[in-house]
Design a protein around this ligand. Structure first.
Ligand SMILES: *Cc1c(COP(=O)(O)O)cnc(C)c1O
Length: 373
């Protein structure tokens, strides 16, 4: 029985010390680590502003709100993502309208967007899924042509690039997330990145109970606010992780390359495609099984790998087929065939910075055995 998890964080002594230093000091919240973390995030995104928050989901919600998206509005987005990228639209009473994905990049298919535009469409929310940049040139053109706002969910793509520019920087605002399986972690955390001062100021205020950004009184609230703040301990952890960013990314790329080598001759499976117009910072390693192993057969393989002590997963079950979405909107199988096909064949292998060459070999050997049976 092996013991190989799906994901595992990579925390060094420097990170531990950074958190202890905060605990030993005078401020646990709203102290100096927050602006320092934000400046470093803005530098990674190549944006003027970053607003660090308690989660990526909070960041998505505040962007939707900052852009004035409200009940009656429609936002075009991808069904092949983590559920938060559609839920954030529902939080403000607007409607997510899905467009199917490209079978190779697994990102929203830009040729299927314009047919979804109605007089109610306000924005496009595209995701850099599995750290692969979406087709931002096309997305920006479509948004411009139809006067739509553009949101970049880059929660899985910190430090990925598209045409030489960092992911997170392509929409009116973008999102990063720092849950333990992401490129860097703060435990829980997220951020809004943007070049738009009004959006940044709005998010900063709304995240802090609707207080004024400058010279506001602590108990004066100028708008409906939330507590989406991130603590100093989380920010210190994030700063220490960012200072190791190139090391963290190199480790991820090495694990991905190892899998690529070990899997390249396995018949029937599809490996992650080369990144055509950018670079990937590697969030997960997802292969596609052949069609004859879709659905329940794929789930059986996940179960059998689990029984051998190797944790695999089915990233992603399409959003429109989630029980809540089916019930609320009446979606059914067949509505977004590419997302459904990919979702039924996707197999995420154990993927984390310190996965050893030996462990990668064990994963692949066991997978080959199960595929051959
Ligand atoms: C992780 C993730 C989020 C949400 O981040 P949390 O910090 O967990 O709230 C949003 N969108 C995508 C695509 C994600 O992968």
């Amino acid at each position: 029985m092996h013991n190989i998890p799906l994901s595992q964080h990579d925390i060094s002594e420097a990170e531990k010390q950074a958190v202890l230093d905060v605990l030993a000091g005078g401020r646990l919240a709203l102290g100096p680590k927050l602006p320092e973390f934000e400046q470093k995030l803005a530098a990674v995104a190549g944006t003027k502003y970053a607003v660090a928050l308690n989660s990526g989901t909070s960041a998505l919600h505040l962007i939707v709100k900052a852009l004035g998206i409200k009940a009656g509005d429609e936002v075009i987005t991808t069904p092949f993502s983590f559920v938060a990228s559609a839920n954030c639209i529902l939080y403000e009473g607007a409607t997510p309208v899905f467009a199917d994905i490209d079978p190779v990049t697994l990102n929203i298919d830009v040729t299927k967007i314009e047919e979804k535009i109605t007089p109610e469409t306000k924005a496009i929310l595209a995701v850099d899924v599995f750290s692969r940049p979406a087709d931002w040139e096309q997305l920006q053109q479509i948004a411009k042509k139809h006067k739509l706002l553009l949101i970049e969910d880059s929660a899985e793509a910190l430090a990925s690039t598209y045409q030489g520019k960092p992911c997170g920087s392509f929409g009116d605002a973008g999102v990063f997330a720092f849950y333990p399986n992401k490129q860097i972690t703060t435990g829980e955390g997220g951020a809004v990145v943007t070049n738009n001062k009004e959006i940044a100021d709005f998010c900063r205020s709304a995240a802090n109970q609707g207080r004024k950004i400058e010279d506001g009184k602590w108990l004066e609230h100028v708008r409906l606010g939330y507590n989406y703040r991130i603590s100093e301990m989380n920010c210190a952890l994030g700063i220490a992780q960012l200072s190791r960013l190139s090391e963290l990314l190199a480790k991820k790329a090495a694990v991905a390359n190892r899998y690529q080598q070990l899997l390249k001759d396995v018949p029937g499976i599809t490996l992650p495609a080369d990144c055509a117009n950018g670079t990937m910072s590697w969030f997960v390693y997802v292969i596609l099984l052949p069609k004859i192993l879709a659905g329940q057969k794929r789930d059986q393989i996940i179960k059998q790998m689990g029984e051998r002590g190797i944790a695999c997963s089915n990233y992603f079950y399409p959003i429109h087929l989630q029980p809540f979405y089916k019930e609320q909107f009446g979606y059914k199988e067949g509505d977004f065939p590419v997302a459904e096909d990919v979702g039924s064949r996707a197999l995420a292998l154990p993927f984390f910075n310190n996965l050893t060459q030996e462990q990668a070999a064990i994963v692949v050997e066991n997978l080959k055995e199960l595929l051959a049976q």
